[in-house]
Design a protein around this ligand. Structure first.
Ligand code: M6R
Length: 363
């Protein structure tokens, strides 16, 4: 037996970019295309080449997503999708907690493990525990032949190529993209989604790589914006629904490489104490892509603005009303509300990268 590793040496070089992180940010459209294309046939999710039968997705009572860090935050977006679009009970567990707790799983529980490396020990031990309860374990892994991939019942490899930067970027987007494919398959198999709905959703997903390119072209403006963050010691990321799920990854990225303390908050929760920390000059990144809660988010934006925060809003193109309240607005192309995180994550990654550079940190 042999295992073919389809990475070559050029993928592990900086290719003219100053840092691996920015190179990998730029690689995201290609990484998403490579991850989703082999899993789409006639605009529908297709896992036959991964040897995952449809029966694996049948009769699921609940889903638990287990992972660490960025991979866990990708799971947060997956949860918001699976729960809100398909009505499936989903919980996201931190692997280092899950592995020492008493799991509440049955043989109808699906447990999804997300890991770029496929070797994170807490995630691996959590998988070994879950394997005692259910045969429905699935991993979303980037490294072929890694331990988590080998020990889960099924594996969906992401095709991001090697991620060299410690700060995950492309690994996150392909993990999120994988959740959309899984969600669609679950929706179809369970009858919660029609073929027509699935096709429209998948076709929108296929558009994402092109749309991301247009977000990346805003990098110079985003770099300028980070000058407003140079002296910050605290920053906040707020949003509702999928925007909240995404804000956790945005805050982690900023903390990790710029050493600015950052917190993600469900926008509606801010007033229950934490608003006290929003004082003059504190950067608040407001994610406003979820139209069903848009007015609520904008009212939270106004609350932080009233406390003289520096507000950077992220919204859909054409939503100029945000400019009335925010200091700066970064626009992303309009898309399906569930797909918005795949695009809104780009400005968050770029903000973190340039904030780190501006502060002289070693990216
Ligand atoms: O290899 P894994 O995805 O299992 O690693 C889990 C985390 O350590 C990782 O996602 C980490 O949070 C990111 N690299 C941070 O950017």
């Amino acid at each position: 037996d042999y295992l073919e590793v389809n990475w070559d040496v050029t993928a592990a070089q900086k290719d003219g970019y100053p840092h691996f992180m920015i190179k990998e940010i730029h690689e995201q459209p290609t990484a998403i295309t490579r991850t989703i294309t082999p899993r789409i046939k006639d605009s529908l999710p297709y896992f036959e080449d991964d040897n995952i039968p449809d029966s694996f997705f049948e009769d699921i009572s609940d889903i638990t997503v287990v992972a660490c860090g960025t991979a866990m935050y990708a799971g947060m977006v997956g949860k918001a999708l699976l729960k809100n679009k398909f009505g499936i009970p989903v919980s996201v567990e931190i692997a280092s907690e899950f592995r020492y707790e008493q799991p509440v799983l049955t043989d109808r529980s699906m447990v999804i493990f997300v890991s770029q490396s496929g070797e994170t020990i807490d995630t691996l031990e959590a998988l070994r525990l879950a394997n005692k309860y259910t045969k429905k374990t699935l991993s979303i892994v980037n490294v072929k032949g890694s331990t988590i991939a080998r020990e889960s019942n099924y594996v969906l490899y992401t095709h991001a190529g090697p991620e060299i930067a410690v700060a995950s970027t492309k690994a996150y987007t392909v993990q999120v993209a994988s959740f959309y494919l899984i969600g669609c398959k679950l929706g179809l198999v369970s009858g919660r989604m029609t073929k027509e709905e699935a096709k429209t959703f998948i076709e929108n997903l296929q558009e994402v790589p092109n749309l991301i390119e247009s977000v990346i072209t805003q990098a110079p403006e985003i770099e300028q914006l980070t000058k407003r963050m140079t002296n910050a010691t605290n920053a906040f990321y707020i949003g509702r629904g999928l925007d909240y799920a995404l804000s956790m990854e945005g805050a982690l990225k900023l903390k990790e490489i710029s050493y600015i303390h950052a917190e993600a908050y469900a926008a509606g929760e801010l007033k229950h104490g934490t608003l006290a920390l929003i004082v003059s000059g504190v950067p608040v990144i407001v994610l406003a892509t979820q139209m069903d809660v848009y007015d609520k988010t904008v009212s939270n934006l106004q609350e932080v603005k009233a406390r003289e925060a520096v507000v950077i809003a992220i919204g859909f193109e054409g939503d100029t009303s945000l400019e009335k309240y925010a200091d700066h607005v970064i626009y992303i192309p309009r898309t399906d509300k569930y797909l918005a995180p795949l695009m809104a994550v780009l400005p968050l990654q770029l903000l973190a990268y340039y904030a780190a550079l501006t502060r002289g940190c070693d990216v």
